[in-house]
Design a protein. Structure first.
Length: 368
């Protein structure tokens, strides 16, 4: 009878244990403990190119501490300059316009009216018979005299060359429209320097065009006087949002540390290419290993006191358990267990300016 009572008691204990194991909640008595850990970044933010172009020089390097608003990279835009002195004609485009669509609507991005209303389209066919007179160059100054009278003269420069044919823009003088003139290299109108003969015509407005892309900035307006080489507009080769045209200076959106720099100055990048990566300071956290035997005493949401191991004068920080990994970290490279199982506890804490990635910390749990 006594043996039967003992057997029933044993079965009752086993049944109770089975119910406890099958239940969802198992309570453990909290106990204080300390874990060693390190500061690590919680996330990596990629810095990408808003549009393609050539990168200008930068001193950015991995490990640099940056603040929100700091310039990280600068992409050079494509610049369009005035081909000669003149006045800006119609300008129908604005920043953000698609270049192909703008040109289809207005036939050009803008027009430049030459400062001089006169041009001469001619060739070297009637040049003096001297070998060097048969070769002319864009930008070369020339001197002009009427074939009807020596009293009407002028000056100009060559604006375009196509084999023997070339064009002269008249910039000065008292010449008349439709007048025939000789063109010389010598300001004294020496016969042997004559490089051609032509007729004075009215100069046409010159269209400023491009192939494709997006208008980035327009630097002139209708009626502006421009000099040769004046900046007219900037454009980028890619389609970009017209709602919020991105800056060509790419700035940091948050405080952090540079994790990597993936490009070099002078490199041509494409839209959305990764240029660098950042570790935001507000994502820094503590990672600490905990053994499987201590795991039941730590829960997500538990308060944790964090101390910087090597900065004794730094005040303690109040942290909280944000996550606990579900993977055993104590494994060899071939996947076999090498020690008792351990897991990573992640602790969020308020960032302080003296904290750096990789610093050693001590995390105190379940303190009274």
């Amino acid at each position: 009878m006594k043996k039967l009572i003992l057997l029933l008691a044993a079965l009752l204990c086993l049944t109770s244990a089975s119910y406890a194991l099958e239940g969802e909640d198992i309570s453990f008595v909290k106990r204080s403990m300390m874990l060693d850990g390190t500061v690590e970044p919680g996330k990596t933010v990629a810095v990408t190119a808003p549009f393609g172009g050539v990168l200008l020089d930068t001193s950015l390097k991995a490990g640099d501490i940056i603040r929100a608003g700091d310039v990280l990279h600068t992409i050079q835009t494509t610049k369009v300059y005035a081909p000669f002195d003149g006045t800006v004609g119609s300008v129908g485009l604005q920043a953000g316009d698609d270049i192909a669509q703008a040109q289809e609507r207005y036939s050009a991005l803008m027009y430049i009216e030459p400062s001089s209303p006169f041009v001469i389209s001619t060739s070297t066919a009637k040049a003096s018979d001297v070998p060097e007179n048969y070769i002319v160059h864009v930008g070369e100054p020339v001197y002009i005299r009427s074939t009807a009278t020596n009293t009407r003269t002028g000056a100009g420069f060559i604006t375009s060359v196509d084999n023997k044919n070339y064009t002269v823009e008249v910039t000065d003088g008292n010449l008349n429209l439709d007048e025939y003139v000789n063109i010389y290299r010598s300001p004294g109108f020496v016969r042997r320097t004559c490089i051609g003969r032509g007729r004075i015509r009215r100069g046409a407005n010159v269209a400023i065009t491009a192939e494709s892309g997006t208008v980035y900035r327009v630097h002139v307006k209708q009626g502006d006087a421009v000099k040769r080489g004046s900046l007219l507009l900037e454009m980028v080769t890619d389609a970009v949002s017209t709602q919020r045209l991105p800056e060509n200076e790419i700035r940091a959106e948050t405080d952090g540390v540079v994790a990597s720099v993936d490009v070099t100055a002078g490199e041509t990048v494409v839209q959305n290419q990764r240029l660098s990566a950042l570790y935001p300071f507000d994502s820094f956290r503590v990672a600490a290993l905990i053994s499987e035997s201590d795991l039941p005493y730590v829960n997500i949401g538990d308060a944790v006191r964090v101390e910087l191991t090597n900065l004794w004068e730094h005040p303690s920080l109040s942290g909280v358990v944000a996550d606990i990994s579900g993977m055993n970290t104590a494994e060899s490279s071939d996947g076999e267990d090498t020690a008792a199982a351990s897991y990573t506890v992640y602790i969020d804490f308020p960032y302080h300016s003296s904290i750096r990635q990789g610093m050693s910390v001590k995390a105190y749990f379940n303190e009274e």
